[in-house]
Design a protein around this ligand. Structure first.
Ligand code: NAP
Length: 342
């Protein structure tokens, strides 16, 4: 299988290539790295050979079975419809926001709603990185007890904003460290800061990142009237998004039943309450670790309908490359007539 990786030289693209080498997409033995004009010709190592980067142009997709897009919304919106019409055999996984809420495009978190992908689907959308993590964390509670309301506050790593954001943070830290002069820190800068706005504000004051999570989660869980409220903040952790989650359940439920549901949840590493063990972005982002850490679980009300917990996951893997590869694997199984259940 030949996989085109659009955005191959970015943070998500690099993670995806590492995961291909580790056989996360069985059957894939050839890649076409695609990047901006500045990177054309640059060689990307994968499967024991070097593959030259190609430009984002129709002819670069000749012979491609599946294309993974991790570039911005505008490039996805412009190129994906052209590719689908030019190459009737191609299937696409898009990590941008361009098609996530389109009615005819499945928005998929593998392990949560994989069945949304049908054999006839040629385009599937990968949700926002924080939505994926939140969907995985709440899915066991949703299935076991029903959920009425979710209130989430996010603490999102700088790598979620791409490699230029990491370079800017490094520059800010380089200026600050020789002097420790706090007047060198910018009020709206990333270094040693928390920025409680990711994306532009709408008329109600919600930021773009918050809107994405609030709209995507109900679509993924198949419950359009799910009440979700999010506050999203950028912090200067390098990799690993964190979310403080308050969930109001439909049924009064004992703490140990909530714990059991979380322990049995797909891709969840449940960390029982312990003074020294809890989810952190650093431990959730250790190499080759593909789980969402959930911990600090506590009841909020006396009836047992309200619970709070904290969760962390690697935004570049869980929130992007891993889910995209799992979607690609599912698409490939369906296209080749095999079902995942076979
Ligand atoms: N970072 C995350 O945690 C995360 C999670 C989920 C989804 N996403 C989404 O994934 C996308 C990429 O994220 P990232 O963090 O990998 O960004 P990044 O590190 O900034 O990399 C951007 C990539 O896009 C390529 N690119 C830029 N302009 C291009 C053009 N005109 N034609 C072709 N390629 C072009 C770049 O190529 P050059 O190297 O040649 O410039 C690079 O490969 C974004 O849409 C983001 O919203 C990111």
């Amino acid at each position: 299988m030949k996989l085109a990786i659009v955005g191959a030289t970015g943070l998500v693209g690099a993670e995806l290539i590492d995961m291909l080498e580790a056989d996360y997409l069985p059957g894939c033995d050839a890649i076409v790295p695609i990047a901006s004009d500045e990177s054309v010709g640059r060689e990307i190592e994968c499967f024991g050979r070097n593959w030259p980067c190609k430009p984002l142009a129709l002819e670069s997709f000749e012979g491609v079975d599946i294309a993974s897009f991790s570039v911005g919304d505008d490039l996805s919106a412009k190129w994906i419809p052209k590719l689908l019409s030019e190459y009737p055999q191609i299937r696409i996984v898009d990590k941008s926001n361009a098609f996530r809420l389109s009615e005819d495009v499945p928005l998929v978190v593998c392990g949560v709603n994989d069945d949304e992908i049908k054999q006839s689907d040629r385009l599937a959308a990968n949700p926002n990185c924080t939505t994926i993590q939140l969907a995985l964390a709440v899915k066991p509670l949703f299935d076991a007890f029903g959920i009425k309301r979710i209130i989430a506050s996010t603490y999102q790593a700088i790598s979620g904003a791409g490699r230029d954001a990491i370079s800017s943070l490094k520059e800010e830290l380089d200026i600050f460290y020789p002097t420790y002069d706090t007047s060198e820190l910018r009020a709206s800068g990333s270094a040693h800061n928390i920025l409680p706005q990711i994306g532009s504000l709408d008329n109600n004051g919600f930021a773009g990142e918050e809107r994405k999570i609030m709209l995507e989660l109900p679509k993924i869980l198949g419950l359009q009237n799910l009440d979700v409220c999010v506050t999203a903040a950028r912090i200067d952790a390098f990799v690993g998004h964190s979310i403080s989650v308050f969930a109001k359940l439909r049924e009064p439920t004992k703490l140990n039943a909530v714990e059991d549901a979380l322990k049995a949840g797909y891709a969840i590493d449940y960390l029982p309450n312990d003074p020294e063990v809890y989810p952190t972005p650093v431990s959730a982002s250790r190499p080759d670790y593909d789980l969402v850490q959930v911990g600090r679980l506590r009841p909020v009300d006396v009836e047992g309908r309200e619970y709070s917990f904290f969760c962390c996951a690697n935004n570049l893997r869980i929130g992007a490359a891993l889910n995209a590869l799992r979607i690609a694997a599912r698409i490939n199984e369906l296209a080749s007539g095999k079902d995942a259940g076979d």
